[in-house]
Design a protein around this ligand. Structure first.
Ligand code: ADP
Ligand code: MG
Length: 260
């Protein structure tokens, strides 16, 4: 009995040293089950290692989601595609499979406020995290501020290198605020550097023809759009604001007719 307890303690210590916390937590329970089911040694070890592998995969996804810094956690399960008939559900769900990120392609979601651009962008970002991609979410304004601050502190190269390590950069709300010339140039630099190397997802309330307002200068806007849209899945999400519709529903206390 004493030697059994000793074995148990040594095993616990070894699993801890080997950084196998799930195996450490589960080996006794699984051993009882294996004994009861008359399972072989290899089968037991396989089941035990499977638990560790699964826990690691799940922790890695959670870590990638945290690192992405999404403003909200909205997924496709709560997205009502019938509310945005202009948006092709099969095409969007195809994007959720992540091949566009492997192909270093881009996505643009263009539409008026409240049409679900941020919701969709986050849902695509979450899908990418689950596929093992490194994702980072910024509003355009926050990204420009980050770049400007970094430049002031002589840290721009470091921040650009950090952004470069992400497989998918999400830049939300381009067009709500215009930038200084220097800010626009920094954003241009990020977009241009990602061209054909890393994916970019941009949402904007502005049609492409209006992007000159944000980037100041025809030449820079044209050069940027050229790169961004070269290999790009573009979705126009115009329609009634979902927020507005929801608030009308509650005010009227009834659902508007389906699909209207
Ligand atoms: P946008 O970024 O285009 O301004 P959001 O994505 O922030 O719009 O959407 C506004 C709100 O409405 C959010 O709470 C979002 O979850 C919700 N919403 C928008 N479109 C839909 C939709 N088609 N189905 C479900 N919820 C939606
Ligand atoms: Mg938004």
């Amino acid at each position: 009995m004493a030697s059994n307890a000793n074995t148990h303690l040594l095993l616990k210590a070894n699993l801890k040293q080997l950084r196998l916390p799930t195996m450490n937590a589960e080996f006794e329970k699984l051993a009882r089950e294996a004994a009861a089911a008359d399972e072989g040694y290899e089968q037991y070890l396989l089941r035990l290692t499977e638990l560790e592998v699964a826990a690691r995969a799940s922790n890695a996804v959670q870590a990638r989601i945290r690192a992405a810094d999404f403003p909200v956690h909205k997924d496709f399960d709560t997205f009502d595609f019938t509310a945005v008939p202009a948006l092709s559900k099969p095409k969007v769900l195809e994007l959720a499979r992540g091949e566009w990120i492997e192909q270093r392609a881009n996505v643009c979601l263009i539409g008026s406020p409240g049409t679900g651009k941020t919701h969709c962008a986050v849902a695509l970002g979450l899908a990418a995290c689950r596929l093992g991609k490194r994702v980072r979410f910024y509003t355009a304004a926050a990204l420009v501020t980050r770049l400007e601050e970094a430049q002031k502190q002589y840290q721009l190269d470091r921040v650009l290198a950090q952004l470069d390590r992400t497989d998918l950069l999400i830049c939300d709300e381009l067009g709500y605020l215009s930038f200084s010339r220097a800010g626009a140039e920094l954003l241009f630099q990020v977009f241009a550097e990602r061209y054909e190397r890393r994916s970019l997802l941009v949402t904007s309330n502005l049609a492409f023809s209006e992007w000159g307002q944000v980037f100041q200068g025809e030449r820079m806007t044209a050069a940027l759009l050229d790169r961004l849209t070269h290999r790009c899945h573009i979705f126009e999400m115009n329609g009634e604001s979902f927020r507005f519709r929801e608030s009308m529903k509650t005010k009227k206390g009834k659902k508007p007719s389906e699909g209207a």
